[in-house]
Ligand binder design. Structure first.
Ligand SMILES: O=C(O)CCC(=O)C(=O)O
Ligand SMILES: [Fe+2]
Length: 303
């Protein structure tokens, strides 16, 4: 019997092309302008990239309230999992950031879609110490490397996770562009262009393909016509890297390290939401979203 592929095999077997790596800010700005994915891998640009660690967070944002989720399987959430597994990884608990840091629980995730530093044109008060650094990315604050005008900034989200976890393939339904700073740890992503909605069994902004669909792609095992027709790119994010995910691009994210910290800056494309061509829905099996919706209700009862 063939031995299951491990991480090393995955690397060697993969035929998935890499996201373009750039080493200058001009190239990064050009990618944003052209709406093409790229990863900036060079020197650290902003103070928060060097500063953010557990000790700094404890001292400067320890009292902030966060919602975290735990998944015994590390999957957030695999549509092919059973109802109860999905419900358990969807249910969240609210605690302070310092409690979260103390508990050191594996396979936990604090999502940037719950933890906002900046949103709706204003700084979130309990995160103001972090904003003092994060704002360097915004032109109006005078940093030489600033990338985004304040009027275009939608939301800044803070992510933290422990160990081997993976999150569901989706595009950001705000239709915003995404600048993702890998501050601690390592992540691996598969990214799919918006047009791949045809092959991803999309429901709203999510792909209902099982996680095995994406594992297979990573390992070069293209078993189905849908896998063969997709046009994925892969990227490994190491500390200091900045990934640009253009609006409406799908992403499947694996958190590989013991501790991972990211800041995501979601910002407007400059086009109105009517002008942006949204990926369409291609899921035929109504039972899958029904299962997810039921899991959400169960999770809300548990939380
Ligand atoms: O890191 C993750 O698990 C997901 C990241 C993501 O979806 C985002 O930055 O929009
Ligand atoms: Fe996302």
């Amino acid at each position: 019997m063939a031995k299951p592929a491990g991480k090393g095999d995955a690397e060697s077997a993969s035929t998935v092309p890499q996201v373009r790596a750039v080493s200058s800010l001009d190239e990064l700005r050009e990618c944003i302008h052209q709406q093409t994915p790229c990863v900036f891998k060079q020197n650290t640009l902003f103070t928060f990239q060097a500063l953010l660690d557990e000790a700094w967070l404890r001292n400067h944002a320890g009292q902030s309230t966060v919602s975290f989720r735990t998944s015994p399987t590390g999957k957030f959430v695999d549509p092919s999992d059973g109802l109860l597994k999905i419900a358990s990884s969807l249910s969240s608990k609210r605690i302070s950031l310092s409690e979260f840091l103390n508990q050191q629980e594996p396979r936990t995730m604090l999502s940037g879609t719950d933890t906002y530093i900046f949103t709706k044109g204003a700084v979130v008060e309990e995160w103001s110490a972090l904003w003092e650094h994060a704002k360097e990315v915004v032109h109006e604050h005078g940093h030489e490397h600033a990338l985004i005008p304040q009027s275009m900034l939608s939301t800044v989200g803070f992510w933290m996770s422990r160990d081997d976890i993976r999150s569901m393939t989706h595009y950001d339904d705000s239709l915003a562009n995404n600048l993702n700073f890998q501050i601690k740890g390592r992540k691996e992503l598969l990214m799919f262009p918006p047009d791949d909605w045809k092959h991803l069994k999309t429901f709203k902004a999510m792909s209902m393909q099982p996680f095995s669909f994406f594992d297979d792609i990573k390992q070069g095992r293209l078993r189905t016509a849908q896998q063969q027709r997709c046009q994925p790119l892969r990227v490994e994010l190491n500390e200091g890297d900045v990934l640009f995910i253009p609006s409406t691009w799908f992403h499947f994210v694996e958190h590989v390290d013991r501790l991972n910290i990211n800041l995501t800056f979601w910002f407007k494309t400059g086009r109105s939401t009517n002008e942006i061509e949204k990926p369409k829905q291609s899921l035929r099996n109504i039972l899958i979203p029904f299962k997810l919706a039921t899991a959400y209700v169960l999770a809300a009862l548990k939380s």
